[in-house]
Write a protein that binds this ligand. Structure first.
Ligand SMILES: [Zn+2]
Ligand SMILES: [Zn+2]
Length: 383
């Protein structure tokens, strides 16, 4: 995590009081609560810029920005925090710096890596909210899962050039709360599958169709989302999981209360799971770590490719690695040069098999969980 703030550079307290003087005239505005708030914003694109700008103007205590991408010229029509000379810089870094320029008292940190690799569930537990400002279903699904485990409130957005969609999932407060995936239509999963072949192997030449957005839809999403966060304890605010659709042409809007679906994967995440951080030890050590129940069933955060076996020539080999490290070329048999490999992919494994397959190497997953005596245990791997 990079830090661009230093205590010495903070302006004196008196200035702060003047700065927030207008907020203090609003009966429901609790500046101290805003100052105490710790939030993470994932995605510093069009919507992320607007969310960050608002959070900084409001005087949010700590803002952590995550985005792996760099600024391109075409981003400048929708990104209030970026200047032309920022082109080529990391979005997260430029955005964090701009937030601090808005209000030097706002403590800003940033990360330029992949969200799945950089966001630790253990760290997320200390945040009040996660703002999901990404532009694809897959990243939203991943953030939804991380927020569910960490019990952090999720504020989600999706925009195009006309429509604004914002959602609130108060996971920290509402036990029976719907999650992002509870009401996700099959078309979303179909869209995700377009990127993969044979189920979970990335297509080599897949170019994602970009959805055009404008500063108008981005700023609406950013302001309504921050308003929801700001008013999260207001008795007049929407309760539970809620979605708002707004049409910037007809000005029609709809608010939908999202209901929890019992068959959704989120039902398997206990509200009171026990969290442990573990050194990423070799798989064989888990038997010692977890006791000697070889039949213990572990659910993994990531899918693992275990073996490939050629249907044509019969050649078989063990892979034992994270599916994210491979693409569709894994179907090609190295011996007979035909695309005949059957690939074994698993994300549920017994302790026995895990110990055997990863006897001397680390298990390449982000976290794993299992249930013992009606207690759910979550193990997050340390780097
Ligand atoms: Zn769900
Ligand atoms: Zn073969």
């Amino acid at each position: 995590m990079k830090d661009i703030d230093t205590a010495e550079e903070r302006p004196p307290g008196a200035l702060k009081e003047q700065r927030y003087q207008r907020h203090s005239l609003i009966d429901w505005f609790d500046q101290e609560q805003v100052k105490r708030a710790r939030v993470v914003v994932v995605g510093a694109g069009a919507t992320g810029n607007e969310v960050l700008k608002n959070l900084a103007l409001l005087g949010t205590g700590h803002i952590h920005v995550i985005d792996f991408d760099r600024i391109e010229t075409h981003n400048l029509t929708r990104s209030v925090l970026f200047k032309e000379e920022d082109t080529g810089r990391f979005k997260a870094e430029a955005a964090a710096e701009a937030c601090r320029a808005i209000d030097p008292k706002v403590y800003t940190t940033f990360e330029t890596g992949d969200l799945w690799e950089t966001l630790r569930i253990g760290d997320m537990k200390s945040y009040d909210a996660l703002f999901c400002c990404v532009d694809n279903y897959e990243a939203r699904i991943r953030l939804n899962e991380l927020c569910l485990w960490a019990r952090v409130d999720l504020y989600n957005t999706a925009i195009d050039s006309r429509y604004v969609c914002i959602e609130q999932y108060p996971f920290s407060r509402d036990r029976g709360c719907a999650c992002y995936q509870c009401n996700l239509p099959p078309s979303a999963y179909a869209k995700i599958r377009e990127r993969y072949s044979c189920g979970w192997l990335r297509k080599k030449a897949y170019e994602e169709k970009k959805i055009p957005t404008t500063a108008i839809t981005a700023s609406l999403a950013g302001s309504i989302l921050c308003s929801l966060f700001l008013q999260r304890n207001h008795p007049g605010g929407p309760q539970g999981a809620v979605r708002l659709y707004f049409d910037t042409i007809s000005l029609n809007s709809t608010v939908t209360h999202l209901s929890h679906q019992e068959e959704c994967f989120c039902s398997s995440i206990f509200h009171d799971s026990h969290y442990f951080k573990v050194k990423n030890v070799p798989g064989a050590d888990y038997a010692r770590l977890l006791g000697s129940e070889e039949s213990l069933v572990l659910s993994l955060s990531d899918k693992l490719v275990l073996d490939v076996t050629c249907r044509n020539c019969g050649l078989s080999r063990a892979i034992d690695d994270n599916v994210r490290r491979f693409d569709e070329s894994l179907a090609l048999c190295g011996a007979c040069r035909t695309h005949s490999n059957d690939i074994t992919i698993k994300d549920i494994i017994t302790l026995d098999e895990l110990s055997m397959r990863f006897s001397r190497k680390a298990v390449p997953v982000k976290f794993m969980h299992f249930t013992r005596d009606d207690t759910q245990i979550l193990l997050e791997m340390e780097e």
